[in-house]
Design a protein around this ligand. Structure first.
Ligand SMILES: [Zn+2]
Length: 198
């Protein structure tokens, strides 16, 4: 999705981000976002490898990790198989909306297993979401920061940025992200992420 605006001033992007965020806040559903550490964070030195499962001593899984440079042991209770310390970044509370009129799909499907019917959703531009991040839904919220009973946990597919073009410049238009479109898949009851502390 792209919205074209002739104005090339920076404020137009900020306003669009604000409008998008306001719409999500007004019409969206509040959820907890747990962003997972990724290899790019490790490369930047933001996180260490999980010492419980990837220190090269404890298991065969760690040797596999060394070879493939990716996730650790999925049974690891420290990183949930992500391979980096604690697995996830501190949680954020965000609001999202369903992009399609298919809210019932994820409300009624307990196993969530129907192929090809992952609901498409709209997310704010910040915090930056990435494939593999987790969303946790709740039946209700006791207050804006206190969730009630948990409805389920979902993993995000690769997000597509929704860009705002702010006018043409030599070599192409400037584009800024005003939000993301992604889809969510319900995690099965025995998935390692069900043990993640929010
Ligand atoms: Zn681990």
């Amino acid at each position: 999705m792209a919205i074209y605006i002739k104005d090339s001033e920076g404020w137009s992007t900020n306003l669009q981000q604000e409008y998008h965020l306001e719409a999500l806040t007004a019409f969206g559903e509040r959820v907890i976002l747990k962003r997972r550490w990724q290899t790019e964070d490790f490369v930047k030195g933001l996180v260490s490898r999980c010492t419980a499962c990837a220190d090269g001593v404890t298991s065969i899984a760690s040797r596999v990790t060394d070879v493939y440079k990716q996730a650790g042991d999925s049974r690891c209770s420290s990183c949930y198989g992500i391979g980096f310390e604690a697995g996830f970044i501190e949680p954020s509370i965000i609001t999202y909306t369903m992009a399609d009129d298919n809210d019932d799909d994820i409300k009624t499907s307990k196993s969530g297993a129907r192929e090809g019917e992952d609901p498409s959703i709209q997310l704010p531009h910040f915090p930056r979401i990435r494939q593999g991040d987790m969303l946790v839904r709740f039946f209700s919220w006791d207050s804006p920061t206190n969730p009630g009973a948990e409805e389920g946990r979902f993993v995000l597919d690769a997000p597509t940025p929704n860009v705002l073009r702010t006018g043409s410049e030599f070599g192409g238009a400037l584009a800024n992200v005003i939000g993301y479109t992604s889809s969510i898949k319900r995690l099965p009851a025995d998935h390692a992420y069900q043990g993640v502390v929010l």
